[in-house]
Design a protein around this ligand. Structure first.
Ligand SMILES: *Cc1c(COP(=O)(O)O)cnc(C)c1O
Length: 408
């Protein structure tokens, strides 16, 4: 079945609507493009879909790095079981939501002593990425007389071939190589560390359910192996996520039902792992929860023809939405879903290049796209912009104005 990202939205009078309000109504109410608009309605739909497709006991955590807007994180926090953070600022955002700190997890390489100390003092779970980090945590625990709750992030030997971005196996800056883990587990027994559990994250933007099932099966197998040799009771398993969303015309949505079915089959193994209470099985998702909820909106400020090509020049650009320009990890540039938001089904079409206002040819938001015929003043909407949009972009490049962000 082909996927159309516009199907997530209502269309009224040929105009894109977000959470029931049309772009024209929003414009009249003072909306100021260039801006990002995030739909609460779509976020809720995605979380509902996850809850109904995955087994009940699965805990869903939101990875703040996908979109750290405090109002949005606060909104999501009421609908998920935990938050994943990777910096001091993200930790503050997470704590400000009122989420129980035992359901907040600090992950990421190169954590500072200060970050670790604040996490320990606040009872935040820490995913340790190296042996040195474990030693620092032991030191901090002794110092503040409070046992750090720690997950060991494991870099497994198996590969996640189908990930848009691979983040484990082979040699990696993430996690501790699986073969080093047994020795560290021995050391942990005599340390000041409370081993909360294990964490494996194999990659991001995966659209193949079988690939996700494969790495989740391997993850549970590996953790079972660690725990059966060492018989240490654990409390949690974070088996990653990596659920992708369709961006380009050839992409098809992830089959959640297949992942749900596979997760069901893992519970008997999880139940056989030593623990003093039912083990929390966690998945951590960013993009899947917020990616489709976000629209980047900018206005056409100039239109010209250069040697046969028509250009729509907008007041936005790659400094706000780098990913749509193809410069955030794409090998071959492909167009994001781009539309003229106030003329969606207009019969008059035109092939155009949509560009931003930066002085670089990299600032291309749409290449040779057939869009509704647009004029100066029309709104260009780029869909699938809710994750890794604004904060993954070079906001200060060319000292252009910032984008506004709205959660509606
Ligand atoms: C980036 C990241 C995530 C979130 O990835 P998405 O593709 O946005 O779901 C989750 N866990 C870890 C460890 C990450 O680095």
């Amino acid at each position: 079945m082909s996927y159309n990202p516009l199907d997530n939205f209502e269309i009224r009078d040929n105009t894109l609507c977000i959470s029931g309000k049309s772009i024209t109504e929003l414009d009249d109410a003072g909306l100021k493009p260039p801006c990002f608009i995030y739909s609460k309605q779509i976020i809720i739909e995605k979380i509902k879909l996850l809850r109904s497709s995955l087994p009940n006991p699965i805990k869903i955590h939101y990875s703040i790095k996908a979109n750290p807007l405090p109002a949005l994180v606060s909104f999501i926090a009421d609908h998920v079981d935990g938050l994943e953070v990777s910096s001091l600022e993200e930790m503050k955002t997470a704590l400000a939501t009122g989420m129980d700190s035992t359901n907040i997890c600090l992950t990421g390489p190169g954590k500072s002593y200060e970050e670790l100390e604040i996490a320990v003092k606040n009872g935040i779970v820490i995913s340790a990425e190296s042996s040195l980090e474990l030693h620092r945590l032991d030191e901090i625990g002794t110092e503040v007389m409070h046992k750090p709750s720690v997950l060991i992030r494991v870099n497994p030997t198996y590969t996640q071939k189908r990930a848009g971005m691979k983040m484990a196996s082979g040699s990696s800056q993430f996690g501790i190589d699986a073969e080093q883990v047994p020795e560290l587990l021995n050391w942990i027994k005599d340390s000041c560390i409370d081993l909360h559990g294990f964490h494996v994250y194999s990659g991001s933007q995966i659209l193949d359910a079988e690939a996700i099932n494969y790495s989740q099966n391997k993850t549970i197998e590996l953790i079972k192996e660690f725990t059966s040799t060492y018989k240490i009771p654990i409390k949690a398993i974070n088996m990653g996520g990596g659920f992708g969303i369709p961006y380009f015309s050839k992409h098809t949505p992830l089959e959640l039902s297949s992942i749900g079915k596979n997760m069901h089959s893992l519970f008997p193994i999880v139940e056989s792992i030593p623990s003093e209470q039912p083990i929390n099985v966690i998945i951590e998702l960013g993009r899947y929860i917020v990616g489709e909820s976000g629209v980047y909106l900018c206005k056409v400020v100039d239109k010209k023809i250069s040697r046969g090509k028509t250009y729509l020049i907008t007041n936005g650009g790659m400094h706000h939405q780098l990913a749509a320009s193809g410069n955030l990890g794409q090998r071959n540039r492909k167009n994001f879903p781009v539309y003229i938001a106030n003329k969606l089904n207009s019969p008059e079409k035109e092939v155009v290049n949509v560009v931003g206002k930066l002085c670089t040819p990299l600032d291309l938001l749409g290449d040779n796209l057939e869009l509704s015929k647009a004029e100066v003043g029309d709104n260009v909407a780029i869909l699938q912009s809710g994750a890794y949009g604004y904060t993954a972009s070079p906001i200060n490049f060319l000292s252009q104005p910032k984008a506004n962000e709205y959660l509606i």
